[in-house]
Design a protein around this ligand. Structure first.
Ligand SMILES: NC(=O)c1ccc[n+]([C@@H]2O[C@H](COP(=O)([O-])OP(=O)(O)OC[C@H]3O[C@@H](n4cnc5c(N)ncnc54)[C@H](OP(=O)(O)O)[C@@H]3O)[C@@H](O)[C@H]2O)c1
Length: 288
């Protein structure tokens, strides 16, 4: 049987790495995986995790999603000349009081998470439409469904991806191309280490008012306790990707915890937004 050709962005660590390893190591050898990363010096972890004969199912390519040429160069290296499943996973975070965030940091988050995802999809879209088949999976976030204080620009990028994917899904249905968002809550990856985060006491926060700084400290405590107690493992997320990839009629949205989280649901059941804002504020800022 012909292997499914899967191309994944952001495979140097975390979810992308885990997914690339799982698919390349599939016991039924169902997949040919093009695992892409922006810095090939980071490829060792992935290579070491894919053992023996499974290595033949794996090709590692350089791709920086902010660099259009690198996307097209990677595409040209796909020997099958088709991608059955495109996984747009690369992403970065940005955390801190909004008034202290430099334009270049905000721009970078939007360039990677939003435009990077869109221009990756652009590169593969025409072929999928022409063949009348294909899957586009995007690593979404509950931060793309409801707002989180001190994550305004990250949430903006992930909210925007929701809009882009939903719009595209309506059209691509007519081409038998399925778009799915894998909506993750906190996941144990390097994401929190890799994100650009203002530390309390950082000179960049010197002009931020005392109340905001005190709330930011509370937020950081909340965040670290959520990651310690409720974060999912990469394997849990990979299983959800696999479900979406293997489903004959994939859903548009998959929640990695199984169901829509209560706070996200609150947004839809109480659409004026007041209850969501009160609940989120209580949870984050009233916590001991
Ligand atoms: N972890 C969470 O709690 C969580 C929750 C919800 C959603 N997500 C989403 O999950 C996705 C994967 O994140 P993760 O948790 O696996 O974190 P991660 O371990 O930090 O992985 C992020 C990946 O994106 C790559 N990347 C960053 N900028 C890139 C660029 N310009 N071009 C290509 N690749 C780039 C990183 O490569 P480098 O090593 O070169 O930086 C890395 O491989 C992201 O879209 C994130 O928003 C994560």
């Amino acid at each position: 049987m012909e292997k499914k050709v899967v191309l994944i962005t952001g495979c140097s660590s975390g979810i992308g790495l885990g997914l690339a390893v799982r698919l390349a190591s599939d016991p039924d050898q169902t997949f040919k995986v093009y695992a892409t990363m922006r810095d090939l010096a980071k490829k060792e972890r992935l290579l070491e995790s894919v053992k023996g004969p499974h290595r033949d199912n794996l090709e590692i390519l350089r791709m920086d999603v902010t660099d259009r040429q690198s996307i097209w160069d990677a595409k040209d290296r796909v020997v099958e000349k088709r991608v059955d499943v495109l996984v747009c996973n690369a992403g970065v975070g940005l955390m801190g009081p909004l008034e202290a965030q430099p334009l270049h940091s905000m721009r970078h988050v939007l360039e990677v998470n939003l435009l990077g995802t869109i221009q990756t999809i652009q590169a593969f879209l025409s072929e999928m439409k022409a063949r009348g088949q294909g899957r586009i999976l995007v690593t979404g976030s509950t931060g793309g469904l409801h707002g989180l204080p001190f994550n305004e620009v990250y949430c903006a990028s992930k909210f925007a991806i929701e809009g882009a994917c939903e719009s595209l899904a309506v059209l691509l249905k007519h081409f038998n191309v399925h778009v799915s968002l894998i909506e993750c809550g906190p996941v144990n990856t390097s994401f929190m280490v890799n994100l650009q985060k203002a530390e309390v006491g950082d000179p960049s926060l010197k002009d931020v008012d005392a109340q905001t700084l005190s709330l930011y400290e509370k937020y950081l405590q909340h965040c670290s306790s959520v990651f310690q107690t409720a974060a999912q493992d990469t394997e849990d997320i990979v299983k959800v990707f696999l479900t979406a990839i293997q489903s004959p009629s994939p859903s548009f949205r998959y929640f990695t915890n199984g169901a829509m989280p209560p706070l996200t649901r609150l947004k839809f059941t109480e659409p004026d937004g007041a209850q969501y804002i009160s609940a989120m504020s209580r949870i984050i800022f009233s916590e001991q």
